[in-house]
Design a protein around this ligand. Structure first.
Ligand code: UDP
Length: 243
């Protein structure tokens, strides 16, 4: 039976981190296209106003709870769910790609950040074959899509922020066959070493958003008033819709 919960009109898969990894590896073995949305409150609030993004999320094969806000919204419905973040999924899948020898493509971030991230990935993930890379600053999707398809990559990390990464993946999905594609936001900034993940103590307390906002104050206007509105609507949602 599929385990999903509905958060304000958006389905979220209730899978553990290990279950997500397992099903992505099965999809790679079976040659399936899979779009994974790593969802957070910001994406949900945007998708309520952006019909195309809403449609793409509804069509995605998998939606994992990335932000702590999603974990809290699920908790309000009585569901205990671990976070399955884009950064953690990226690290684990890249490590496995090196061992299992499936080709990867990396698209997103500024050129110098991507370069640093690629260097670190090659150092950490022995045997990895990075078949294609491109920074995230382009408007014409078509040539990049063609290059990814021709590269033979079975796994794509797309780190251009939302909604650009989701729109790009949905276009790629129409032309590719047998590729697992994850939209992973600022993950290359983390893999490059330029942005630090919140220490475990912040993550355990669900305060990584606070850590990131203190480190990058420009994020403040992105989370306010979006987060308070999301939580207010989550309270209403948890009363009206129990699952
Ligand atoms: N970015 C990109 N292309 C764009 C705009 C942004 O590749 O047109 C990159 C940006 O350089 C950064 C990432 O996308 O590396 C966005 O990170 P953000 O902090 O927005 O993602 P979050 O982790 O909050 O989802």
């Amino acid at each position: 039976m599929e385990r999903k919960a509905n958060i304000q009109g958006f389905n979220v898969d209730l899978l553990s981190f290990d279950e997500v990894i397992k099903s992505l590896l099965c999809a790679i073995d079976d040659g399936k296209n899979i779009h994974v949305v790593t969802i957070n409150p910001e994406i949900i609030q945007n998708a309520k106003k952006n019909f195309e993004l809403r449609q793409i999320i509804n069509d995605a094969e998998m939606v994992t709870p990335d932000g702590v806000g999603i974990k809290i919204a699920l908790k309000m419905k009585g569901i205990n769910q671990e976070q399955v973040t884009g950064v953690d999924l990226s690290k684990k899948m890249l490590e496995i790609a090196g061992q299992d020898k499936f080709k990867v493509a990396l698209v997103g971030a500024k050129p110098e950040i991507l370069e640093l991230a690629v260097k670190n990935i090659k150092e950490k993930c022995e045997g990895i074959e990075i078949a294609y890379t491109h920074d995230g600053y382009f408007d014409d999707f078509e040539p990049i899509i063609k290059d990814i398809v021709n590269s033979g990559a079975k796994f794509l990390l797309c780190a251009m922020g939302s909604p650009k990464q989701e729109i790009f993946i949905s276009e790629l999905k129409k032309q590719a066959s047998g590729i697992v594609m994850i939209g992973v936001g600022g993950t290359f900034d983390v893999l490059s070493g330029k942005v630090q993940l919140a220490p475990d103590i912040y993550r355990k307390m669900g305060l990584e958003w606070l850590y990131r906002t203190v480190k990058q104050p420009e994020r403040f206007k992105r989370i306010f008033p979006t987060l308070p509105i999301f939580f207010f609507q989550s309270i209403i949602d948890s009363v009206i819709n129990k699952n």
